[in-house]
Design a protein. Structure first.
Length: 265
């Protein structure tokens, strides 16, 4: 008798699990990161949402989570242009996570960029420079820079950088902060002031790079100003903040699609 009683809830659980997989719904999370010129980056990440996962004790309602694909939308346009960049997914029910994501994107020297890709002046497409190949000489240079950073009490703001063509050269700057600054204690570091930058340049479109150097007079950042208030940094649109306010992590409400030109706040 006990054996039969055991089979009944087991069968129910198995059926619920199978039904949950069968009823999985593909959803797309969308974040708009606005730029100062009226254009925007649009981040989209897909995942499978399983509404019946609540019936299975150890089931996860969110599965097959993709990274964010980063698109660019020019001012007054509806078309999304693939920037060739990906960003690791973060749960967006917290406003600070959107700020963190958007701060990694920006507009410098009039050129929108992701830190890993850049829209060239006068072009529609985004260009992705070849990643640098680390050789023995580069490793020695990296050790030199690390020693200088440690000596000056500076750290790199993780995954934040600016890249643009300036005076015919490709320039990349990574903002640095004083490791002991009170505002820099939080993980996101959005209120952390920039103290200097780690700058490197290339004269051949990224094929080779000059040794990195610590500079206190940045091209793309203003020292003493928090990362969140830098002129070129992108910020979440009011629409995105409204979409994710008081939103359940499992995505109970489908998100709206990116706002076209005729849409108003």
């Amino acid at each position: 008798m006990g054996y039969r009683h055991f089979l009944h809830p087991l069968s129910f659980c198995l059926a619920a699990t199978v039904m949950a997989d069968a009823c999985a719904v593909e959803r797309t999370e969308t974040v708009e990161c606005e730029l100062a010129d009226g254009s925007a980056f649009v981040l989209q990440a897909k995942h499978s949402w399983i509404p019946l996962a609540v019936f299975a004790r150890h089931a996860n309602a969110r599965e097959d989570q993709d990274d964010f694909t980063v698109y660019y939308r020019a001012r007054g346009a509806a078309e999304l242009v693939d920037t060739g960049a990906k960003m690791e997914h973060q749960h967006l029910e917290q406003d600070s996570n959107m700020e963190v994501l958007c701060a990694r994107l920006g507009l410098y020297e009039g050129q929108p960029g992701t830190g890993a890709s850049l829209r060239m002046p006068g072009e529609k497409r985004f260009w992705v420079p070849a990643p640098p190949v680390m050789g023995q000489r580069d490793e020695v240079q990296q050790q030199r820079v690390d020693a200088q950073l440690k000596q000056r009490g500076l750290s790199v703001m993780n995954e934040n950088s600016a890249m643009a063509i300036r005076q015919g050269k490709l320039v990349r700057e990574l903002p640095l902060y004083a490791a002991k600054a009170p505002a820099c204690a939080e993980r996101s570091g959005q209120q952390c002031p920039v103290s200097a930058v780690l700058r490197t340049t290339s004269s051949d479109r990224g094929e080779t790079w000059q040794p990195a150097s610590i500079e206190t007079a940045p091209y793309f950042f203003k020292t003493g100003v928090a990362l969140a208030r830098q002129a070129g940094v992108a910020h979440p649109s009011a629409r995105s903040l409204r979409n994710y306010r008081h939103r359940d992590e499992n995505g109970a409400k489908p998100l709206e699609q990116p706002c076209p030109k005729e849409c108003t706040e």
